[in-house]
Design a binder for this molecule. Structure first.
Ligand code: SAM
Ligand code: SF4
Ligand code: FES
Length: 349
């Protein structure tokens, strides 16, 4: 097993067969060795810094029907809300006061927000906070919309590929197309966005082969950011009785992603923090280097319910900011409140 880790560390790649073998034969000793190397690679690339992004979950309406997600259109029990542009700007102001210089605007696929509205919103944020980065995570739109939003000043776009397995993707996304997801990611990259892809770990039916394909897809796409989190069931979805992903498996995939795509920014996700009180700290120690605390108004937090038992539903933005600083320091890292652009994008400037 060690020879795989050393080869991956030296070359940044393994074959599909090697990854599958590795995942299927991982013992505690090799896991620790893997984390030692992914940590080493992270220190080499980004030092001990952890970048903080302010996450604004601005709409819980969604026209899609992903089987795993509490916001899916068929979930009649979901409480829906929308923040208007002024409310979103107010969240950015609060975030700016707290030191954030990246705002991540995330929502269900909600076409109530027209191309014009989103364009004006991005322009307004960039006009008020010209040195901040704006990240969008609003799902699939057309190329013209993506181009206009980029021209308006949006810097980054997060769109997880969710799973590299076509079969699994199609089973989980009755209203979506595997090919279109990938086309969107390519398009966003070509337009000039820093892009974030990523996947869930522990999806029902997911195999070691599928996870190997996730890593190989990421290696080929070479995104600036990689979001990896455990699947967690939501009570009002068809997957309510499915087993959640584990913290251990998620940490292994984070560590492998760090070694496959060393320059990537990798968040310690809210989902891993929701499964385990120490999940985010463990993710940072496995190779993650970003945390995205919530800046949404506390009054809407619990309505953005993707999965059961999500954390930070009652805490004000300032509380999470403070809490995370302590957690990051206690895990042995230091907070960086800068824009935190990816190494790849800095090289291209
Ligand atoms: N609607 C946009 C999209 O799908 O790209 C952005 C928001 S969506 C809620 C953000 C991410 O949440 C998805 O990419 C998915 O990986 C994750 N997610 C949704 N339901 C989840 C669940 N039950 N467990 C873990 N992650 C989940
Ligand atoms: Fe909608 Fe995104 Fe949830 Fe799918 S994952 S139902 S697109 S919010
Ligand atoms: Fe929200 Fe700890 S990060 S309370």
């Amino acid at each position: 097993m060690k020879q795989f880790i050393h080869k991956l560390y030296a070359r940044g790649e393994l074959s599909k067969d090697e990854i599958v073998y590795f995942l299927q034969h991982l013992d505690p000793e090799s896991r620790n060795e893997l984390f030692r190397f992914s940590h080493k690679r992270r220190l080499q690339k980004y030092g001990d810094k952890v970048y903080l992004r302010g996450l604004i979950e601005f709409s819980s309406f969604c026209r899609q029907d992903c089987l795993y997600c509490g916001l899916r259109a068929s979930n009649r029990d979901a409480e829906r809300y929308r923040l208007n542009p002024e409310q979103i700007l107010e969240c950015c102001r609060e975030g700016y006061r707290l030191g954030f210089r990246t705002f991540v605007l995330q929502s269900g696929e909600d076409f109530w927000y027209t191309e014009d509205m989103l364009t004006h919103l991005v322009q307004a944020i960039k006009a008020e906070f010209p040195h901040s980065a704006v990240t969008l995570s609003i799902g699939e739109r057309g190329e013209d919309t993506y181009r206009r939003l980029y021209a308006a000043g949006a810097d980054r776009f997060l769109m997880r590929h969710e799973t590299a397995s076509r079969e699994l993707y199609e089973a989980l996304h009755p209203s979506m197309s595997y090919d279109n997801r990938r086309t969107c990611l390519r398009m966003l990259k070509e337009i000039g966005y820093q892009i974030g892809a990523g996947f869930m770990v522990g999806l029902p039916g997911q195999t070691a082969e599928d996870l190997a394909d996730d890593l190989l897809y990421l290696k080929a796409l070479n995104p600036d950011m990689i979001g990896i989190g455990p699947f967690i069931p939501h009570d009002h979805t068809p997957l309510r009785s499915a087993k959640p992903g584990t913290v251990g498996d998620t940490l292994v995939m984070i560590a492998l992603a760090r070694l496959f795509v060393p320059d990537a920014l990798i968040p310690a996700t809210t989902a891993i923090g929701s499964l385990d009180g120490e999940g985010r700290e463990l993710a940072l120690q496995a190779g993650a280097n970003v945390v995205m605390p919530n800046l949404s108004p506390v009054s809407v937090r619990k309505k953005y319910a993707l999965y059961n038992n999500k954390i930070c539903l009652g805490e004000e933005s300032a509380q999470c900011r403070h809490c995370l600083e302590l957690r990051i320091q206690s895990a042995g890292f230091s907070v960086d409140m800068g824009r935190g652009d990816s190494l790849k994008s800095l090289r291209q400037q």
